[in-house]
Design a protein around this ligand. Structure first.
Ligand code: GAL
Length: 748
């Protein structure tokens, strides 16, 4: 039988949410019978996807949950860990204050042991303040995004021995030299005040994905005082460990154990990857190979619930970024994001620039100390993710502040000497205390961007508010949006001095009244807020190797469109093939190669044709585009001139969910023509019905914008089959089913 005393139990179900906080509602005697029963992640209010008032989520609220721990566990320490509560929390057990935390993006940990009544029901209460409190980063000035409210990430109960492992930094060193390669392990232990003198030892085993040991080390340890202590070990891994890379993101597990009198009593597991990531004056190198970084910024905002989406949905964003947009890097603008998202980046081989919360404004000393704490807690949470290659330790686009940024850089370097720091700025001449010059280049890219005369030069934003674009915009605007991204990446690709670029941004996001388009949305994404690609998404997608996927997407609708210049505007087609043949009716009208001008630096430059404009006179004949690699026909796309709204497609991302009350998947609605092409001006209304053990996070009456929209279907705690039926006035009804599989109840 295992002697390990650690228990990690989910604490997501059976919460009671009382809405607006009433003084005294944190007390056990308070009657919460009228509260809603909710599951985490939870948003304190459900909102429409746009057009709402951002004061709607800014209030204080109350969450309560009963917890019963059996007598048999008495003697261990008990903690509750919240992965993210927006924005400030005061926590109570049985009416006694057990701690508070200011900040919405990093975990908070509260010890319950002292006030816990073993074998009885205990009332855990969290008073959550979701207002934009000016003493907490990112608040105090204006910010161009909404933060939403509630216990919006998962929670868990940790039951551990008196002396336990609280963290382990497992740091690969000299990874490119098999003779020197090692793993430096720094284990943090935490001793309760009643610890006893015992013979103790810490051990670490490195395991490959099949559980085979590829390295081990151990060291004795003396606990001399209550509180935290550190132990360092070095492991020499077996010489055949595989590197973590973009195409083969090999992960290992480190199992760290604490033994007392020869018995293992605690085990802490974390994953790691062997890779070397360096920004140099000659670009970015991963495992010694130069990689031109091509990325987008991600806000964690989802329609209807802000950040409150479960692990599966968070992971899906990483899949979209890596597999649909073919990016190699993402910036977690402007705060630490869900660990489920970062885990997926590790598994998929998607690099990450992670940064502390903040936007342009620097507050007073107290505020700056919270930002310094954020640097520390972000790094201590995420240091084992191989995907993270850069710590962002400056408040996004803030003015210089020598003392503050000296401190944030010092903290980062002291905690983690294996990664460089960046500090995202929009002032070219600002003081650079970071290792990498990370710069938001908000210049019209038709003018040349600034030369890479700062070493370690990474563009961290461009485009954005300078060219918001909606999926249903006219041809000219959509094409300029594509060009905006194409030109910038081409310029960055033209010189090794640029490490690459991270555009603004991946997905449209909710914002304040004084930003964006006035409907509380910044339409800055290459995808909409539902994560459905606009034409600019196809530019990114088309940059992949054709062996991965053949992409062939025109940037114009062939069925008219509203281009002043006529029909297809610039005649721009996005593809990674070598040659296109264009037929109008059955007549070959053009044969084109990718652009060899300014855009030629892209791995796969867009194609341009004038022939379609010329054939505009013979309109109402169908268009066929053939894509060739060498002499081989690899793709054919057809576009009907007389296209109509022909079908509604209903596409769930997943067909099976866990019946835990929080698991969810997106269901996308698309109006297409008979050839399957999107109808960009469709506004079809969809009536949604959900039958069975599921609910919709989203509108029951949904008007598609640009022929697309989505809701998320969330499981209940009952297993079964959820039927989602979308009914339209003229395109009939479509149904899909999603199965949910049973999940154990939460133990406590
Ligand atoms: C930047 C800012 C982003 C976003 C963007 C819009 O200045 O860093 O958060 O507001 O502008 O283009």
């Amino acid at each position: 039988m295992s002697t390990i005393q650690r228990i990690v139990a989910p604490l997501n179900r059976d919460w009671r949410f009382g809405g607006a906080y009433v003084p005294g509602s944190e007390q056990p005697a308070f009657d919460d019978a009228a509260f809603d029963r909710v599951t985490l992640p939870h948003a304190n209010v459900r909102l429409p996807w746009h057009g709402f008032d951002e004061s709607a989520f800014q209030f204080e609220s109350i969450y309560r949950r009963q917890i019963t721990l059996p007598e048999t566990l008495r003697g261990r320490r008990v903690f509750v860990q919240f992965d993210g509560i927006m924005t400030a929390t005061r926590t109570f057990l049985n009416g006694e204050a057990i701690g508070s935390y200011d900040g919405g993006y990093l975990p908070s940990l509260f010890e319950l042991t002292e006030h816990l009544r073993w074998g009885e029901s205990n009332t855990l209460a969290a008073v959550v303040d979701s207002r934009e409190l000016p003493h907490i980063p990112p608040f105090g000035g204006r910010i161009d995004y909404l933060t939403f409210g509630g216990i919006y990430r998962e929670a868990r109960l940790l039951v551990v021995p008196t002396v336990s492992i609280s963290n382990a930094f497992v740091k690969p060193v000299a990874v490119l030299d098999p003779g020197q390669r090692r793993v430096d392990v720094q284990v943090t232990l935490d001793a309760g005040s009643d610890f006893a003198a015992r013979s103790r030892a810490v051990g670490v085993r490195l395991l490959d994905p099949d559980g085979r040991q590829v390295g081990t080390a151990s060291a004795p340890l003396t606990v001399a005082a209550a509180g935290r202590a550190e132990v360092r070990l070095t492991v020499a891994p077996s010489p055949d460990v595989r590197l973590w890379d973009l195409d083969a993101p090999q992960l290992y597990t480190a199992a760290v154990t604490l033994a007392e009198d020869g018995q293992p009593i605690d085990e802490y597991r974390t994953r790691l990857g062997f890779r070397e990531a360096r920004f140099t004056p000659d670009g970015f190198f991963l495992n010694g190979r130069r990689i031109k970084l091509r990325g987008l910024n991600r806000h964690q905002t989802y329609p209807y619930v802000g950040g409150a989406m479960p692990a599966r949905v968070q992971r899906r964003d990483a899949v979209i970024l890596k597999r649909e947009l073919k990016l190699n890097i993402v910036r977690t603008s402007h705060y630490p994001q869900s660990t489920a998202f970062l885990d997926a980046c590790d598994e998929l081989g998607l690099l990450v620039l992670e940064e502390i919360p903040g936007w342009q404004h620097i507050g007073d000393d107290e505020w700056q100390q919270l930002a310094c704490r954020d640097v520390r807690e972000m790094i201590e949470r995420d240091w084992n993710h191989p995907s993270i290659v850069l710590w962002g330790v400056r408040i996004n686009e803030s003015p210089d502040n020598h003392a503050f940024y000296e401190q944030t850089n010092r903290i980062a370097h002291q905690l983690d000497d294996s990664r460089q720091t960046g500090g995202v700025r929009n002032r070219y001449g600002s003081e650079r205390l970071e290792d990498v010059f990370t710069f938001n280049e908000f210049l019209d890219p038709s003018s040349d961007i600034r030369p890479p005369n700062h070493p370690h030069y990474l563009v961290t934003e461009f485009g954005g508010h300078m060219y918001p674009t909606k999926p249903w915009d006219g041809v000219e605007r959509v094409q300029q949006h594509v060009l905006w991204h194409a030109r910038m990446h081409a310029q960055l690709a033209s010189h090794d001095g640029y490490a690459g670029g991270i555009g603004w941004c991946a997905f449209d996001y909710n914002t304040h009244a004084d930003f964006g388009s006035g409907d509380r949305v910044c339409y800055h994404g290459v995808s909409d807020i539902f994560r459905i690609g606009k034409p600019a998404a196809a530019l990114y997608r088309s940059q992949c190797d054709p062996a991965e996927e053949i992409v062939l997407e025109p940037t114009f609708p062939w069925a008219m469109g509203d281009c002043a210049a006529g029909g297809p505007g610039l005649g721009m087609i996005l593809s990674n093939v070598e040659r296109l043949k264009l037929y109008v009716g059955d007549r070959l009208v053009d044969e084109v190669l990718p652009d060899r001008g300014d855009l030629g630096y892209l791995p796969h430059a867009p194609f341009f044709t004038q022939a379609l404009q010329a054939s505009w006179g013979q309109r109402l004949q169908d268009l066929r585009i053939e894509g060739y690699i060498g002499e081989r026909l690899v793709a054919t796309r057809r576009f009907a001139a007389r296209a109509t709204d022909a079908h509604l497609l209903v596409e769930p991302d997943d067909r099976v969910l866990h019946a835990d009350g929080s698991d969810a998947t997106r269901v996308v609605f698309r109006v297409v023509d008979a050839d399957g092409n999107r109808r960009p001006f469709s506004t079809v209304a969809v009536v949604l019905e959900v039958d069975g053990p599921g609910e919709s996070i989203g509108d029951r009456l949904l008007s598609l914008s640009g022929g697309v929209g989505a809701v998320w279907i969330r499981s209940t705690e009952q297993a079964g089959t959820i039927a989602v039926t979308a009914t339209t006035e003229h395109l009939g009804s479509q149904s899909v089913t999603i199965r949910t599989t049973p999940v154990e109840p939460e133990p406590y």
